[in-house]
Design a protein around this ligand. Structure first.
Ligand code: GUN
Length: 638
């Protein structure tokens, strides 16, 4: 059983994740939106919201406390009974009211005690709201005071939300994220952003989320206070936001406006009711326009909640497909300010360490934007570096796939094995050595086809060396013969190993004596053996290496790092081939990236097992719940 406040990551794509956050009233499946419930004015009963996809809500403890009737009921029967919801209920503290109306009459400890008393599942500390107009000094003071208030609260098993503030200053957001991460708070909202959301200042917002998220403890959910518009959800989740709250479903309904996936439509302009809307079955457009105000308010609120939760469902599916970025690229076209925010983030060299070398979905290459991903940049750096390191002539082959699949491959392999050359093809501007042609993303991509020699000059410029062009020319006369034979297959798996494990001695990992088996059907490399021992497999899906225990022992000898150490309690299980759980990890290499092969060692650095990492090394240091390494083989169980 998970303990309250534990956050388990089930699936991930970059910084975004599908998680399960345990609270006293049940598990919150993230990413999701908490509808804001105004206890004075309940438009849709929270209990009725469940059928629309709602599984947690947020209400305001300050509003409850200020009204004697609400307060008495909440103190007597609890906040869940007060608002009629038996799932997780988060309470806010009155910070927002102090921003809108000026100082409030209660202090931090007071508000925290009250929230605890009424049985809140997530208790929000009374933070200092920083506005985008605040000076640096004022915002810094707010960050310090918010942290100081967190020290007034002692660890007692409750879940506390400690808000990250710091106005528009990335440095202050970073400071605040680090302070709140080490505080008693197990839940980290990003605050002070409502004015930015209201003014469509998505660029500033993206910068704020980015600096807050990348400096926060990854084992804690990150919440964005106020960001529930379907247009913005995907981008925010892409930046690592796990939770949102939204009053927009009622606010827009009150103004006669309907939320759509990419915009808001006013009732006067409504011409069609989309089939996904709960209004579709119930009304015609004309009927909607003549609804009485109360009925309209409920109907529009239901529609708006549906729009929000449809979007959440799509975003969750995208994370599990590992295609969220592609979806974000579509969504940001909804508004120039969103697109601008996306460009800013793309330029930030989006955190490479959270990105795997391959994804479940193919790599879609449509242009410049797709050269900014971690996968693209890693491949480009690796290929250019490899070409620079090898002092050989470079042959650029044209067309490539057809050459490779229709017999010319044998020709190329023949050239490769006899002459001192590197053979490359142009994959979207990257000169990719032949050894990498079947590895993700090169083989598993869908690109706009470029024809002819157009990229030859660009590639020549990049690698700073004369490139021979293999079109119709017979190059053999121009090439320098090798003095000793080399084998393409062996060089291929060596290069792939260098791609997966920078710094490796690939000749030690795969000596000349390895034997390689190919698939009879596809002709592709399947397995690598040494003597009678199978040591590695080249995965059909992404062309990357996985290892047996014998192979893992060679990997261990050939490279430093890519290791996690586990405690004694775990060691025997892992040696038997069982998975590694985060909570047993005592140390790990921060350079581990998700999805790559990873070695499991004991406290004396003795090899125990090998498997696939489920998160980056940085996350492994903080995550507490769930599987960290999906173990394939252990020393006692191969
Ligand atoms: N609701 C909207 N913004 C904020 C914020 O910055 N802090 C708190 N506590 N609640 C909010």
């Amino acid at each position: 059983m998970a303990e309250n406040g534990e956050f388990e990551i089930i699936a991930r794509d970059g910084l975004s994740r599908i998680g399960r956050f345990t609270t006293p009233h049940g598990i919150i499946e993230t990413p999701t939106v908490m509808p804001v419930i105004n206890p004075n004015l309940i438009v849709i009963k929270p209990g009725d919201m469940k059928r629309l996809g709602v599984n947690s809500v947020i209400t305001n403890s300050y509003i409850i406390r200020r009204s004697s009737s609400l307060r008495e009921k909440a103190e007597k029967s609890g906040v869940h009974a007060l608002i009629g919801f038996d799932g997780p209920v988060m309470t806010d503290s009155g910070t927002f009211q102090s921003y809108v109306y000026g100082d409030i009459e209660f202090g931090n400890s007071d508000m925290v005690d009250f929230q605890r008393k009424i049985g809140s599942d997530i208790i929000t500390l009374l933070d200092i709201f920083s506005t985008p107009q605040d000076s640096f000094e004022k915002a810094l003071e707010g960050v310090r005071e918010t942290y100081r208030r967190s020290l007034e609260v002692t660890e007692d098993g409750s879940i506390y939300a400690g808000t990250i503030q710091g106005s528009i200053y990335p440095e202050l957001r970073k400071k605040s994220a680090r302070l709140m991460s080490k505080s008693v708070a197990g839940y980290l909202p990003i605050g002070g952003v409502v004015p930015l959301l209201e003014s469509y200042s998505y660029r500033k917002l993206a910068e704020i989320i980015y600096s807050s998220k990348t400096n926060s403890d990854f084992s804690k959910p990150v919440h964005l206070f106020g960001g529930g518009h379907p247009m913005f959800l995907a981008l925010a989740v892409y930046l690592g936001v796990d939770m949102f709250d939204s009053a927009s479903y009622v606010k827009y309904a009150r103004d006669g406006r309907l939320l759509f996936p990419d915009r808001t439509v006013s009732i006067d302009d409504l011409n069609e009711i989309p089939p996904w809307s709960p209004l579709h079955e119930k009304y015609t457009v004309n009927e909607i326009k003549s609804l009485d105000p109360d009925t309209r308010m409920i109907a529009f609120s239901e529609h708006n909640l549906s729009a929000i939760f449809n979007e959440i469902s799509e975003v969750r599916q995208r994370i599990s497909d590992q295609s969220l970025r592609r979806y974000v690229q579509q969504k940001v076209r909804a508004h120039p300010a969103l697109y601008d925010a996306f460009l800013l983030i793309s330029r930030k060299k989006f955190p490479d360490r959270y990105e795997p070398l391959s994804k479940k979905s193919p790599y879609y290459f449509t242009g410049e934007e797709d050269t900014r991903t971690a996968i693209f940049r890693k491949l480009r750096t690796f290929c250019l570096q490899s070409i620079r390191n090898e002092r050989k002539d470079v042959i650029l082959v044209e067309g490539s796939d057809s050459l490779f699949n229709h017999g010319d491959n044998a020709n190329l392999v023949d050239i490769y094995e006899k002459y001192s050359v590197m053979i490359v093809r142009d994959w979207n501007g990257i000169p990719v050595p032949m050894e990498m042609w079947e590895t993700y993303p090169v083989q598993q991509s869908i690109s706009i086809q470029k024809k002819g020699k157009s990229s030859l000059n660009a590639i020549q410029e990049k690698i700073g060396r004369i490139v021979l062009f293999h079109g119709n020319d017979d190059l053999r006369g121009k090439l320098v013969p090798l003095t000793s034979q080399r084998y393409f297959d062996i060089e291929k798996i060596r290069m792939i190993s260098r791609y997966q494990f920078p710094g490796i001695n690939s000749e030690l990992l795969f000596p000349d004596s390895v034997s390689i088996r190919r698939s009879r059907k596809t002709g592709r490399i399947r397995t690598v053996s040494l003597g009678d021992d199978l040591i590695a497999t080249l995965r059909a899906g992404d062309g990357l290496l996985t290892f047996t225990m014998k192979g893992a022992a060679r990997l261990y000898q050939s490279v430093n790092g890519y290791r996690v150490s586990v405690n004694e309690e775990s060691a025997a299980f892992n040696a038997d081939g069982k998975n590694v759980f985060y909570k047993f990890i005592t140390d790990c290499d921060p350079n581990i990236i998700p999805g790559n092969e990873t070695l499991v060692v004991d406290k004396d650095n003795k090899l125990l097992a090998v498997g696939k990492s489920m998160a980056s090394g940085r996350e492994m240091r903080v995550l507490r719940r769930g599987v960290a390494i999906d173990v394939r083989a252990g020393i006692n169980h191969e």
